[in-house]
Design a protein around this ligand. Structure first.
Ligand SMILES: NC(=O)c1ccc[n+]([C@@H]2O[C@H](COP(=O)([O-])OP(=O)(O)OC[C@H]3O[C@@H](n4cnc5c(N)ncnc54)[C@H](OP(=O)(O)O)[C@@H]3O)[C@@H](O)[C@H]2O)c1
Length: 294
């Protein structure tokens, strides 16, 4: 029997992984080439009514979003590279406080060469770290908050503030009927900080609310080649969305697919965005691009 060539041979040390392009089919691409092809560096301020909002999540094939309470055990090399590749071109990271606490978030971009690349491309050195929180129960020793180089925005309905932190912390306070008004918060993030491309990194509770409010344009889903089982009802067996059922369920359009080491990297457009929920909303879900695929 002929031995087939490994489509994903181990890269030499220092070499970048290449992802197989399944949809649209094409030559294998590095993560940097993928980010370029997706047009993630492009900015067209004012061209759309809302900023572009991407959600990046990872799941096992049977739908688990965590193992042992963390997402890292689901990630392979390609997923980690893609996670950082998406970060490299974002204006801001949007993340729930639960994820920041659990994953002990640190500096968003650690690699000096990536910070240099961002400067050359006209972006700030690092994406702004925007943390959604109601209780502001964020310990000052979370590496991101302890870092004097970090710029953090707390997105909240609360009038409270964090105790002094090493990081420079600002607040976007958007309240409606005593709850956080996510559409208004995103609008303020754009108008106050000029954030045209937001990358949400979860977690499942925040992500569900963003979908419910019609605020996500594209979902980047890494399908980890693992099965884990577990009771869906238990907190341990979180899926990528958690909270009340979406009514109606959101429809997705597959825009691109990559493969590496049996993991799939799927890019979906949210075609039935209920964007009317946004201030001065526009039907149709904002910045979903059909012309650039994963
Ligand atoms: N598989 C993946 O791709 C992935 C991605 C991210 C995270 N995760 C995992 O998911 C787990 C965390 O999940 P999670 O869903 O609990 O975390 P989450 O969505 O990151 O955070 C939930 C917290 O965010 C704040 N929040 C969310 N919506 C809010 C609102 N409308 N108003 C005010 N505050 C709001 C609250 O913070 P306060 O409690 O401070 O009020 C809430 O407790 C971790 O185990 C993490 O490893 C997995």
């Amino acid at each position: 029997m002929a031995v087939q060539a490994d489509p994903n041979p181990d890269p030499e040390p220092g070499q970048r992984l290449r992802l197989r392009r399944l949809l649209p089919p094409g030559e294998p691409a590095t993560v940097a080439q993928t980010v370029e092809q997706l047009g993630l560096w492009e900015r067209h301020p004012g061209a759309t009514e809302h900023q572009r909002v991407l959600l990046n999540m990872v799941s096992t094939v049977d739908g688990r979003a965590t193992l042992g309470g963390h997402s890292a055990p689901l990630s392979g090399r390609a997923d980690r590279e893609l996670f950082h590749g998406l970060r490299s071109a974002a204006d801001a990271i949007l993340v729930g406080a639960g994820t920041v606490r659990m994953e002990r978030y640190g500096r968003i971009i650690k690699d000096e060469s990536v910070r240099r690349l961002r400067r050359e491309r006209g972006l700030s050195e690092e994406p702004l770290a925007c943390i959604v929180s109601g209780r502001l129960a964020l310990e000052a020793d979370i590496p991101l908050l302890a870092d004097p180089q970090a710029r953090v925005v707390i997105v909240t309905a609360s009038a409270a503030s964090l105790p002094a932190t090493g990081a420079a912390v600002e607040y976007v306070r958007a309240e409606r009927d005593g709850r956080l008004d996510l559409p208004a918060a995103l609008a303020e993030l754009r108008s106050r900080f000029g954030l045209e491309m937001l990358l949400c990194e979860g977690g499942p509770h925040l992500s569900l609310q963003l979908f419910a409010a019609g605020l996500i344009d594209e979902l980047f889903l890494s399908l980890s080649p693992r099965l884990a089982g577990g009771e869906a009802a238990s907190g341990e067996a979180l899926r990528i969305l958690a909270g009340p059922e979406l009514e109606p369920p959101r429809s997705l359009r597959l825009l691109g697919a990559l493969e590496c080491e049996s993991a799939l990297f799927l890019r979906y457009g949210v075609s039935d965005g209920v964007s009317a929920a946004r201030p001065s909303g526009r039907a149709g879900g904002g910045g979903v691009r059909d012309d650039a695929s994963v």
